[in-house]
Design a binder for this molecule. Structure first.
Ligand code: FMN
Length: 346
């Protein structure tokens, strides 16, 4: 999840402390937030970047620390497209979430078509054919850098109304070339990005794709299933099933609640025969375990719950009566907590 803590795209101590907490807390896989493949793709001025080699060093410290603490290090790559350069969420209210960031930088937002996301954001520039080719290459170059930084899992952010989702959506994509029009054409950008990333990402390292399985503007679960089949053929290993984000207004169709997106993971897993990850208000160990046991997902992702409790895996393991819950933690914690547990036995 975005920490909004980067300066000029660079990772710093805040990121190190933030991601280390989850690795030390027992998470199996820690994903670094949506890291932008190009500077104009930042959703706020404080997003992380990976658009040049200078970002590799600071990010490699995060990957190394996550691994040192016993977790697998992952990172997500993204581009915000027409939703770029918005203010920090807590600095504005209501519709102003979709307004412009106050910046001295000259910013040009790009998108599949010149259609604005909200009345408060300026018209984006429609990407030319060379712009699209450059962007596909930028995703590949960022994947190469993520590998050099030491990450072992990569996720392409294809949801939440950002650039790839904008190409998928007839709401944001009105192109008349081979990247617009039919579903097949609208999926072409996502597919080409996946191929470019796969070419630059070692074959043995997993590649995830996050989708908005349904959105508020005509993208349905059946479309996501088709997309999953196409992306599987381009080397995507896991489909991460989120939803929404295309429109600036929250739709009543996508109601939010306990485990609200699990049904998307289940449907895509069954129909496209691809491993899926479920996310969205999964908050209890038993709930997570039931989702896995029922075959609704292969992996569980937690976001905000980890802000509340970075030791969530440990609590889940105890709630599920796992025999050695402290083994999830680094050895220097495990040793003392095991000893303490013996001492307090009645
Ligand atoms: C502060 C914040 C930042 C987020 N940043 C990202 C992001 O970088 N990439 C992404 O795919 N989703 C992002 N999300 C969405 C979360 O990954 C997650 O899908 C969502 O919060 C629902 O899961 P949860 O109920 O476990 O938090 C963010 C959510 C929040 C609240």
């Amino acid at each position: 999840m975005l920490t909004y803590a980067a300066k000029n795209g660079h990772a710093n101590e805040t990121h190190l402390a933030h991601y280390a907490k989850f690795a030390a807390g027992g998470a199996g896989l820690v994903f670094v937030e949506s890291t932008k493949v190009r500077s104009e793709g930042r959703s706020t001025l404080h997003d992380l970047g990976l658009w040049s080699d200078e970002f590799i060093g600071p990010l490699s410290r995060i990957a190394a620390l996550i691994k040192h603490l016993g977790a697998t290090a992952g990172i997500q790559l993204g581009h915000a497209g027409r939703k770029a350069f918005r203010p920090l969420p807590w600095e504005v209210s209501g519709d102003d979430r979709f307004s412009m960031a106050t910046s001295t930088e000259a910013i040009e937002r790009i998108a599949p078509s010149a259609i604005r996301h909200s009345p408060k954001l300026p018209l984006p520039c429609a990407m030319s054919a060379p712009d699209i080719a450059d962007m596909i290459e930028a995703f590949g170059a960022a994947a190469r850098r993520a590998n050099l930084a030491g990450f072992d899992v990569l996720e392409i952010h294809g949801g939440h109304g950002y650039l790839i989702h904008q190409f998928l959506s007839p709401e944001a994509n009105r192109r008349t070339d081979s990247y617009g029009g039919t579903l097949e054409n609208r999926m072409r950008f996502a597919a080409d990005v996946a191929s470019s990333v796969r070419e630059n990402w070692p074959a043995e390292k997993p590649l995830f794709f996050r989708v908005s399985a349904e959105d508020d503007a005509g993208w349905e679960i059946t479309h996501s299933t088709e997309l999953a089949k196409v992306l599987k053929s381009r080397g995507v290993d896991v489909f991460d099933c989120s939803s929404g984000g295309m429109l600036a207004t929250r739709s009543s169709r996508l109601s939010v609640g306990y485990g609200y997106q699990v049904r998307f993971s289940e449907a895509i897993r069954n129909e496209a025969h691809i491993p899926t990850m479920a996310v969205g208000l999964i908050v209890e160990g038993r709930q997570a375990e039931q989702i896995l046991a029922a075959g609704q997902a292969d992996l569980i992702a937690l976001g905000r719950e980890f802000l509340y409790n970075p030791h969530w895996p440990l609590h889940a393991a105890r709630a599920l009566d796992e025999p050695s819950p402290y083994a999830l933690l680094p050895r220097n914690y495990e040793y003392w907590l095991d000893k303490r547990a013996q001492d307090i036995q009645p």
